[in-house]
Every structure is written in structure tokens, then in C-alpha cells.
Design a protein around this ligand. Structure first.
Ligand code: SF4
Length: 632
């Protein structure tokens, strides 16, 4: 390394859910190497990318660096800052930059709390990174746009942001520049995934998001030949999982061509195996074709409908009024007609939501045809989102709690060095007092337990909704408030409530347990309940209590059903569950043809109910996990 060499390193730690190649780090390196007048002056250390990289190991790797850039987001901020702090003690002259969405726009407090960070980089970092490196060892911060720092007098300084770079096509692709080849070669044991950026920016401005028109409304696109060459590179490297980080894939007319290109690659080579995209919010025909192409090629399995809420005051509060709910309904209908499954994203407890609007919304989404999956999320307050700003917090009386961030179905082991990541969770607001937020969460878990997830009672709920005057909300609420005579039902409902309150007090969003049946990973509360029922062999008691409680509750609602019919309904649910868990043979007796009636209902058809003795069997071990009717 020559004397005037600048040693640089970038830290872009993964969340642990998957192992992505550090795209941002690679892009910054590629841009600097291309745009510098003296690229030979730079020596890049391998970027740090591993989730839970031990601090001491990181410091050893970075100790000779002159300049270190941290890419901060919700899953890596604390660890990256811990690395910065330890690095500063062994190498005080190292210039440490922090960039990424988790660097607050108003950075004074952040800088004072993290004195190891010399500079905050706001907005897109590519140009600033080049300027900072090219000026090194000079530090003309006030002449550069989009920086915050504490000056030598201890004063906070901030320079206004530069307009966005309109011509991102001049930035080279890190994949095609060969930047990751050494990393891939050094770690063949990793199941590497790729982030694929086909365009940047989002025309929407959802208040919970730190992207969108607040910062980057105009969509700037990379050109087609580059993007196709990147797909070829993913194929060449045999990368199984590609995540498209565009906010709205399908928004540009050429996206269909890209989807077709990826589909052809998959068909020819088997790679990539998955191309996950976030769909465009308002372009029905093209969205439909893009998703159909990806799914028919086996690149994706189902389509996300990012509805979040159907309550108009919520859509106004989160600035999603201009995103058409009708578009989602049409997309759902057309894809379902092609046999393609959709799932609907719902965020719990957004400003403007009430318990009633939330539960009614869920009920309507199910009766409107979403019987495959609703995915529930809690709302996180991201530092640069409108929702986290003081005026917004005040307007909607936002209440929040900082809780540790963990990922569903990822390892539930605590990090050995105790460094946890945190998120600020919304736990109530003006329209939704804290007790109602807990009830929303319990309602969501109950919906998952009974209808989605492992769909414990789905056929029963569909039957009751279709054949009685009861809405899904009423039926689900019956299980949220069962009487004490049904101790297991009451225990489940109490567990949801207690867990919701615990989250409000700072507990994890998910559940874990040391029992072998929990596999050492994080589970959602509804999954946790089901595993426990199975592990404790309580499923029989559960169905017995459901039968008892439903017959008296339906009577109270003037919707009583004959006992034989209710018994058959429970038997259908029980058989469904057995088919999901049991590999041995199964025999189920019914007093009617209800199983076929339920199958027809789930397929959107009708079949008359006939009272007659029926037996369904799976008289073989293992697959297929289906039953056949046996003549009696
Ligand atoms: S949530 Fe999605 S659509 Fe809304 S502003 Fe963010 S990126 Fe754009």
C-alpha cells in the first residue's frame, strides 16, 4: 500500500433473515472507482456484511482504514454504531461516515449521542461519498451538500441537501464491475442473495415510510441492457434469491420486459429461483401481467396487495388516498381467476383507525374474497418518516414504545455480545387508546389462528358466515371473549391480551420458548398458541370446547344449528388439521356430506347439504395428504 493510498471500508450488515450481497457498499465502491481521477489511490477492504458480526472482529478488520462508511437501517444500527465506537478508540484518526435511511434528517442529537461518527450523510450517498474521498485528507464539509457534523468548537453544523442526481445511469453496476467476485469466492458456503435495483424513487408519500415523495418522488431508472446483464450475472453466479428493491415494480412500461427476461432465464437455467418484487400501486393491467409472468415462471408464489387499511380516515392520515382500493380488488379477482394467490398486507393500529374500523375492515376483506392470507404488521416509526416527526405525532397523539427488533422464524437465540437492535413501535394514538390497540392485535392473532396461518377453524367460519346472518367479525369476537366455562378458549384469549400488553411495555413482537417443539426460532403469538396446543396434546379439548361454546353462543345469537351439523363442522376442521400434521392413516366419520360442501364453499361454489353417513379415509402412510370417500 503506497503512502498516499486511502484505505476505505464499508459496513453494511445484514439482518440475519437472509444473506444479501452488500449492494450499497458495492455501488459506492464502483461509483468512486469509476468517477475518481485517481482510482489507483483507493484501496477498499472487503465490506462487512455478516449479521451479528462481532465488534472485536470488525475492529480488527477495519483498524487500518482511513475512512469507514456505515450503512444504517433498522436491523443494523446499534451494532454498526458499536463497531464505530470501538474502532475510534483504536484508530482515532479514522473518518467515520454514517449514511442510510436510519440516519435522522435532524442529526444533532444522533451525533452528540454517537461521537464516534464524524459525519452524517443525508439522502443519496453516491456523489457525496466520491466528493468526501476525493477531498481527503481535506475536510471541506461546509462546501459539500447534505452533511451534518459537530465542528471543532462543539457546534452542530448542517449543509443543505443537493438536488438528486438525475442521471443515475452513469453509476456502474457493482455486480457487473466484478466487485463481489472476491466475496463470493471467499464464502462459497453462504447462500448469497442479491438486491436488484431497477429504478429509484417513489411517487407516493405514505406517512409511515421514509422513502416516497418526501425525499425521492421522481423515479429514475437504470437502463435495460444493464439490468438484463445483471440478471445474467445472477444466473451465472447461481444466486437463488433476488429481491427487487424498487418501491413499485411494474410502474414502468419496460418492467414487463424485465419480468419476461427473468422468466426466460429461470426457464432456461433454473436461476434465479425467486424474484421477489413489491408491486406497483396503481397500474392494473401491467401489474396483472407482471405478476402473472413472474408466478407462471415459478419466480414468485403469490402476490402482495399492500392495502394496509380500508378505513378512509386512515388512508387520509397515512396519505394513501390516491392509491386505489379498487385496483387491489380487480387485481385480486383477475389473479384468483388464473389460480394465482394473493395476500393482503394490513398494518395494525394506524392513525385514524379504531378497534371497530379495524375489525370490520378485516371482516370485509375476508368476505370480499381474501381467504388465502392476510399478513399483519405492526407500525414502526422510522426516524425520517413523516409519522415520526413532532407535528405528526402531536396531531394524532401517537404513542410509541422502543422495543427490540427480531425477525419472525429467525433464530431466537440472544446475540452473545448482547447487542440488540431496536425499533420504535406505534402502540396507540388518538383514535386508538392503548387498550384498543391490544384488542386490535388480539383480533389479528385470533384471525390468523382461526382463519389464516394453519386455519384451525376456517371451514367452520366460512360456513357460518355464508349460512347464517353472522359476520366474520362477530364470529371471531366470540373467540376473543369466551366465558370461563371454556378454560382453554379463555386461556388463548388471555394469552393474546397479555402478550399485547407486554409488547406495549417493551417486550419482543414475537414469542419463543426453550421446548424442542419451538425449534429455537421466533413465532408469532398465534403460531405459538397452536404449537403449544399440539405439544400439550390439547387439540381434542380445544375442539370439544369450541363445540360447546359455539352451540350456546349461536343459540344466544338466534342462529342455532343442529348438533349433528356443528359436530360435522368441527370434524371437518379437525380433519384439515390432521392432514396438515399427521403422516399416518386417518379415518373421519360424518353425518352429512359437509366436507364436500365446505370444499365447494372454499372454491366459491355451492353444494346442497345432505344428511347421510359418510366416511373419509387416508388409508395410506405419508403423501398425498388428502382423503378419499369410502363407501359405507
Ligand atoms: S410505502 Fe411504498 S408506496 Fe408508500 S411511499 Fe413508501 S415506498 Fe412509496
Amino acid at each position: 500500500v503506497a503512502n498516499d493510498t486511502l484505505i476505505l471500508a464499508l459496513v453494511q450488515l445484514n439482518s440475519g433473515a437472509r444473506t444479501f450481497l452488500p449492494y450499497t457498499a458495492g455501488l459506492l465502491q464502483a461509483v468512486l472507482q469509476k468517477q475518481s481521477k485517481t482510482p489507483e489511490r483507493y484501496h477498499f477492504l472487503t465490506p462487512l456484511w455478516r449479521a451479528r458480526t462481532p465488534v472485536a472482529q470488525a475492529v480488527k478488520h477495519l483498524q487500518n482504514a482511513h475512512l469507514v462508511g456505515l450503512s444504517l437501517y433498522v436491523w443494523n444500527t446499534q451494532r454498526s454504531l458499536a463497531i464505530a465506537k470501538a474502532l475510534k478508540t483504536v484508530n482515532p484518526n479514522c473518518l467515520i461516515l454514517a449514511g442510510g435511511p436510519h440516519v435522522p434528517d435532524r442529526a444533532e442529537e444522533f451525533l452528540r449521542q454517537n461521537p464516534a461518527v464524524d459525519l452524517c450523510v443525508h439522502g443519496e450517498g453516491e456523489n457525496l461519498f466520491v466528493q468526501i474521498a476525493e477531498h481527503w485528507p481535506n475536510k471541506p464539509w461546509s462546501e459539500l451538500n447534505g452533511l451534518s457534523w459537530i465542528d471543532s468548537n462543539g457546534q452542530f453544523q448542517h449543509s443543505p441537501r443537493a438536488p438528486r442526481n438525475k442521471n443515475i445511469q452513469v453509476w456502474p453496476s457493482p455486480y457487473l464491475s466484478g466487485i463481489f467476485e472476491a466475496l463470493l469466492k471467499a464464502h462459497p458456503e453462504e447462500d448469497w442473495a442479491a438486491l436488484w435495483e431497477t429504478n429509484r424513487g417513489c411517487p407516493f408519500s405514505c406517512s409511515y415510510c421514509d422513502w416516497g415523495s418526501a425525499t425521492a418522488s421522481k423515479i429514475l431508472a437504470f437502463d435495460l441492457p444493464r439490468l438484463k446483464a445483471e440478471i445474467d450475472w445472477f444466473v451465472e453466479q447461481q444466486l437463488g434469491f433476488v429481491f427487487c428493491c424498487d418501491a413499485n415494480f411494474g410502474i414502468l412500461p419496460r418492467d414487463l420486459e424485465l419480468a419476461n427476461y427473468a422468466a426466460n432465464a429461470r426457464e432456461r437455467t433454473g436461476f434465479p429461483k425467486t424474484l421477489a418484487v413489491q408491486n406497483s400501486k396503481n397500474a392494473t393491467e401491467r401489474s396483472y401481467l407482471v405478476h402473472k409472468t413472474l408466478i407462471q415462471a415459478g419466480l414468485d408464489q403469490d402476490v402482495t396487495l399492500s392495502v394496509q387499511s380500508i378505513h378512509p380516515p386512515v388512508l387520509a392520515a397515512i396519505r394513501r388516498e390516491n392509491i386505489s382500493l379498487q385496483h387491489y380488488q380487480e387485481l385480486h379477482k383477475r389473479l384468483s381467476a388464473d389460480g394465482i394467490r394473493t395476500y393482503t398486507d394490513v398494518i395494525i393500529g394506524l392513525p385514524g383507525e379504531t378497534y371497530v374500523s379495524f375489525a370490520e375492515g378485516i371482516s370485509q376483506m375476508i368476505s370480499g374474497g381474501q381467504i388465502y392470507a392476510l399478513k399483519f404488521y405492526n407500525a414502526s416509526l422510522l426516524p425520517n418518516a413523516e409519522m415520526a416527526q413532532p407535528a405528526y405525532r402531536e396531531k394524532y397523539a401517537i404513542r410509541s414504545k422502543i422495543i427490540p427488533t427480531v425477525y419472525l422464524h429467525s433464530s431466537a437465540a440472544d446475540p452473545p455480545d448482547g447487542i440488540l437492535e431496536y425499533q420504535e413501535l406505534l402502540i396507540g394514538c388518538e383514535s386508538l387508546p392503548e387498550a384498543d390497540w391490544v384488542r386490535c392485535l388480539s383480533f389479528a392473532w385470533m384471525t390468523d389462528l382461526l382463519f389464516f396461518g394453519k386455519h384451525l377453524l376456517r371451514p367452520l367460519l366460512i360456513y357460518l358466515n355464508q349460512e347464517t346472518a353472522l359476520s366474520y367479525r362477530q364470529i371471531l369476537e366470540a373467540f376473543l371473549d369466551p366465558p370461563h366455562e371454556y378454560p382453554l378458549l379463555a386461556e388463548i384469549s388471555a394469552f393474546f391480551k397479555t402478550k399485547g400488553q407486554a409488547i406495549q411495555a417493551g417486550d419482543y413482537e414475537y414469542c419463543r420458548d426453550s421446548g424442542a417443539e419451538f425449534s429455537g426460532i421466533w413465532w408469532s403469538a398465534d403460531e405459538f398458541v397452536l404449537i403449544r396446543l399440539l405439544a400439550k396434546n390439547q387439540i381434542g379439548q380445544y375442539f370439544t370446547e369450541v363445540l360447546g361454546w359455539l352451540s350456546s353462543w349461536l343459540f344466544q345469537q338466534n342462529q342455532a344449528l343442529p348438533t349433528w351439523l356443528l359436530t360435522d363442522l368441527i370434524s371437518v376442521c379437525r380433519l384439515n388439521l390432521q392432514l396438515a400434521y399427521r403422516i399416518d392413516s386417518i379415518q373421519a366419520d360424518f353425518q352429512s356430506n359437509l366436507l364436500e360442501v365446505c370444499q365447494a364453499q372454499q372454491a366459491g361454489q355451492t353444494l346442497a347439504l345432505v344428511k347421510k353417513s359418510c366416511r373419509w379415509v387416508k388409508d395410506w402412510q405419508g403423501a398425498p395428504f388428502s382423503v378419499r370417500q369410502q363407501l359405507l
